[in-house]
Ligand binder design. Structure first.
Ligand code: GAR
Length: 192
């Protein structure tokens, strides 16, 4: 799994595996940030970790190195769970990748999706938030064929915090469901 931050969705996957709700192995957790709390979560579960920060090389050189790092583990599927870099074809052309995004399909690509959706709702321009997991076949940003998605309705007295909590709770369920679904396909066996 590729992570950049807190790793609550990584934790949801690790918990599901530990509790027998998901038949998978997390072979490695790679972060582009040494400070990512997700790395501690992985280590606590005995999962190998790699920190690969971006040096002076360009994006494509970084992604080629990242692809090689992932290939050195026994991996069939790469899950982006809070990964904050757009991947180029040097990576997505090599590995099978899925991405979690805290919005309805086609909405608020990029960082800060929850905040932007909440602000749109406050202005009367949005009716509901959502969460999606999608395939990453190319260099598109938070865009690709949908595997699973769920609406997260607003409640009249929502604050950003209460809305965000419901989005995250929905993510933690949906990521497990989507990973199980993709792993049930005949040519995929493990989590990268
Ligand atoms: C999640 O909300 C995930 O959907 C989002 O980053 C957060 C990571 O949380 N991803 C994106 O916005 C992708 N564009 P976590 O580190 O606690 O799993």
């Amino acid at each position: 799994m590729l992570v950049s931050g807190n790793g609550s969705n990584l934790q949801a996957v690790l918990d599901a595996i530990a509790e027998g709700r998901l038949n998978a192995t997390v072979a490695v957790v790679v972060s582009n940030r040494a400070s990512a709390f997700a790395l501690q979560r992985a280590s606590s579960s005995g999962v190998p970790t790699v920190v690969q920060t971006r040096g002076d090389d360009g994006r494509r050189a970084y992604d080629a190195q990242l692809a090689a790092t992932v290939s050195s583990f026994d991996v069939d599927l790469v899950v982006l769970a809070g990964w904050d870099r757009l991947l180029t074809s040097e990576f997505v052309g090599v590995h099978r990748v899925i991405n979690l995004h805290p919005a309805k399909p086609g909405c608020y690509p990029g960082l800060g999706a929850i905040e932007r959706c909440f602000e749109a709702w406050k202005k009367g321009d949005e009716t509901a938030g959502g969460v999606m997991v999608h395939h990453v076949p190319d260099e598109g940003m938070d865009d690709g064929p949908t595997i699973a998605w769920e609406e997260v309705p607003f409640e009249p007295d929502d604050t950003l915090n209460t809305f965000e909590e419901r989005v995250h709770a929905t993510e933690h369920r949906l990521i497990v469901k989507a990973v199980a679904e993709v792993l049930s396909l005949p040519d995929v066996r493990h989590l990268r």
